[in-house]
Design a protein around this ligand. Sequence first.
Ligand code: NAD
Length: 292
Amino acid sequence: LPEQEAFDIEYWLLEEAKLQRMPKPKSLAGRVALVTGGAGGIGSATAERMLKEGACVVLADIDGKAAADVAAGMAKVFGRDVVRSLQMNVTDEAQVIAAYAETAVEFGGVDILVSNAGIASSAPVEETSLALWNKNMDILSTGYFLVSREAFKVLRAQGIGGSVIFVASKNGLAASPNASAYCTAKAAEIHLARCLALEGAEAGIRVNVVNPDAVLRGSRIWSGEWLDQRASTYKTDKEGLEEMYRNRSMLKRSVYPEDIAEGVYFFASDLSAKSTGNILNVDAGNVQAFTR
Ligand code: NAD
């Protein structure tokens, strides 16, 4: 090679090596995420995933004390400036509106909503009281409506688009025994997401759904009434249930909060810039498998 050309190549290789060593910009840097049910298993794993990518996160939960504890733990790792918590019941309109106002004061706005707060409470249909039915509809369907309606107001006003992610459930697509109230409420969440995806598209507001399969470890749902109800329906205990869900799945693997968090992160980030109105089942292949 002529001397100058060899010099140029060497120079270019050195520059390239320097670039490789430079820290990559984090994919959610400068973005603010509100996570409902942020004190729980899936909510806290999701918050942590987004903090790792540089987002500022607000953990909103009906259990304000638990949310504050989780936020304090995260602040030790990621710094006090990037994580907040607040007490908010997703069925209380005034509290939901106040949560967005508080988030705006703390971080200047919202770019990402993870609507995830939920309960699991069900019974055979003849034993499903109107109160039990309404509880599912209120917290799941109506709660998801309220938090996303307020998110839409903020995102439209900001004018730079955004991402709304619903953590629904595979039970919103497929029937589960003795759980009609929960399954129906989850199905409504999924259809609400489709409708909002259409409404938000022009403004660059994407709306997508992540459906977890049963996540027994790390979830507070699987320690009380729901565990007893599922255990009696399938005549087994917690370990037996975990094994049952694992064996039903194509991949023969259990699903953990961190797996759901990866799916939520995909929809929160620009990796999914061309996806809206979509559903991602994080279920080890359970929904599509005929292994019942
Ligand atoms: P979790 O109980 O660990 O977390 C749920 C959180 O929501 C709790 O911190 C709870 O305090 C909060 N919450 C409940 N009611 C609320 C309300 N009215 N307002 C605000 N916060 C409220 O459960 P999880 O497993 O992390 O569940 C998160 C979401 O995932 C739920 O919507 C659940 O239905 C869904 N999901 C869970 C599973 C599973 O097996 N764990 C499977 C499918 C779907």
